[in-house]
Each structure stands twice: as structure tokens, then as C-alpha cells.
Design a protein around this ligand. Sequence first.
Ligand SMILES: [Ca+2]
Ligand SMILES: [Ca+2]
Length: 433
Amino acid sequence: MRSRLAPVVAVLLWCGCTSPRTPDAQPQPEEVPQAEAPGVEPQARLPTMKDAVRDGHDPNRPIRVETHAFYPDGQPLSANRLAQLQMDEGFGVEVFARDLEHARMIAVGPDDTVYLTRPKQRDVIALRDSNGDGQADQRFTAASELDSIHGITIHEGRVYLASNRYVWRGRIEADGSFGPLEELASDLPDGGQHPNRTLAIGPDGMLYLSVGSTCNACPEPNPENATLIRAQLDMSNRAVFAHGLRNTVGFGWHPDTQELWGMDHGTDMRGDDIPPEELNRISEGLHYGWPYVYGDREFDYVTGEPEDTSFEEFAAQTEPPVLLYQAHAAPMAMVFYRGSNFPASYQGDAFMVMRGSWNRHTPVGYKVVRLRFEDGQPQGFEDFITGFLNDDGNVHFGRLSGIALDNQGRLLFSDDENGVIYRVGYQPKAASN
Ligand SMILES: [Ca+2]
Ligand SMILES: [Ca+2]
């Protein structure tokens, strides 16, 4: 048995005072450590988180953490900005719908109706392009008065919706509207810092629900927080499928292997490059490390050791990620490509949107990323659509959150700040735009 005699004290240096990037908002402060505790060594002699990880630091001694908050200035969408977007040869991006306000998760119905959840508007709206010109020209409300509505998926003619505490299911009628919503669960654990649930139906016909952590980094009293839950489609036999996932918003099954892959959001306030975002192969019963270890089972000295064990013993029981991605990029929804529009080399790759950093000196993310797979194994990430963030990193016009495929194999993705859904298609003869 080991106990934390002296919790690690991290000295937080806000570089707003020494850098041109002035924080315009404070991060969630609940675990932000006190500036200096009595007896703490001078800052200059404290190891950084990186030093501590490298050198095998005593977990009871303090370390120094330098962290930044910087929010690029959000700009509206314009024709000029749209023309700045860069993507692979042969692809084109267009605005499918705009003025959507809090545009979060997307699902596409069998008749190509695009459904969009809007947590701040507490609704799900339906969008249709009836004349095939690439822009939605019909819009109606499919569901309303759903507090913190976020997750959406469609399976065998039914829509499944998730909010902070609830899961609902409803039939999709012939006109695209939702029939009465049946309440399948009303007792999901409180979301706290991460109330934005996502859900999907697996190849095993089971419902998978991501339940994020209530906090940035803390032991979770409710065993369902910071997990992926699995249940029958009516939410019976609900059980934790995987543990130690801080907030895996985007997850999905590779179409060939049926393996489950997800991107987990790393903890904030550990520095510009710690911890990396993680691509995990998610298997039943495994623990993925949060809040005590991150990346390749590195020890999080700011969180400190678990109450009842050591870092070493804890880490040995966790599953490391398969690939890492730049810290703070903020991976959101992901989708595996299984459509007919993109070239064959894209089949079985995953696309995901990176909403973009706030907890970093130089912003990262703000783009659509392709994750290449070969023989079912992930090979690496590459940019797919960039240009939402300018070269100086001080202006953006998109914080991307949802992504889905339509029935023609085109990619749809949403920006929840400007309220836009973009549509990406492949047309080799029109590559000049
Ligand atoms: Ca249209
Ligand atoms: Ca992990």
C-alpha cells in the first residue's frame, strides 16, 4: 500500500505574462494547483513534466508545469475563406448548409436527410438537398426540447440520441420526421466537464456509448465515468466496456477487421506537448490509463499516483495507445470510409475532425485529418482539409466537431462556431475548382 503523502505540487506559469499570446479566458481551474506551497523548492530547480517522465521522478516531489491558454480569433465564413481551404487533388468542398448555430454531431438517414444535433438549441434538425445542387434547401425540426442533446446514430430505421443523462430511440418516418422518442435511459452519470455523449451501434448489434470524465484529471467515484459503455439496443444489460478513457468522442469499427478504434482527448494543463492525443484499439475490459498514465504509459506527475498502488503497478495493467497525435488538437467525431465516391485508396481509412487547441502557445488542430489503414492496421495521420486556421495561428473560421458519410460516399463535417455543414466530394475532372 502506498499513499500520497505529499501531493505533487505543480507550479503553474502562465505565459500570458511573458508571451505575446495573452490568455483571454482561464481554463477550468478545479485541479489547477496552487502557485507555491510552503517548502516547495524554487521554480528554477523543479523538474518539468518532461524531465520527470524522462528521469523517473519521485512522485511525491513537486514538478513545474508551464502551460498556455490561447484562443485564435474566430472569424465568419466568407467566399474568400472558403477558397483558402486546401485538400488532396481532385477533392472539392462546398457549403452544404449554414446559419445552423451550434452544429455538433451529424447522422445521415437512408433517404439522404442529414440530421444535426444542436445542444445549445436543444434540438435535432433535418436538412435536405431536394434539387441536388449541393446545398440544403429544406429544413425542419426533427426533435426539440432535449437538454444537452449531442450524440446521434441511425440503425435499422431508427434514430438513437444521447444527452448528458438520457438515451432515446425513435422510428424514422417516411417523411424523415422522428416518431415518438422512447426513453431508454435516464440515469447516465453526470457529465461535469464532459457532458457531450456520443453513441454508435457496433457490428455486434450492440449500442456503444462514450461517457467522458467529469473533470480534467481526477479519480472518478462513478465507475461509468471516463468509459465506453456497451448495452443492448434498448439499453438493457448495460456494462462498462472499456475504462480509463478521458473523453473518446470519436470511435468506430474498421470495416474489414471489425476492430474498435477511438481517439481519446488528453488531459489539459500539462504543457504544450503533454499529453499526446491517443488512438486506442479499444477492447473489452481493458483500462486505457487516464487519469494516472498517458501516451505510452507515461506517469502523470500532476495527477499523482493512484491512492492504492504505484505508478508502475498501475501502468502495467493499462493498455497503451497504438498511435499518438499532437497534444491539444482535440479529436472529435470520426468515421471510417466505406463509400463509393472517393478513390479506392481511401477505403477503410478513417476521417476525423480536430476541433483545435486552446491550451497551447501555438494553436494546432482546426482541420480534417485522414488516418490511413493498411491491412486493418493504422499507419499514420495526414492532413485532409486544412486552412481553417491561418498561418500565423491567430485567426480561425472553423471549430470542427461532427463528421459523417452520406449515401453517395461524400463526407459531411460540421463547424459548431459558425454553424456550418461542409460537404466534400471527389471529382477528378474538376480538380481545378
Ligand atoms: Ca439544394
Ligand atoms: Ca491512455
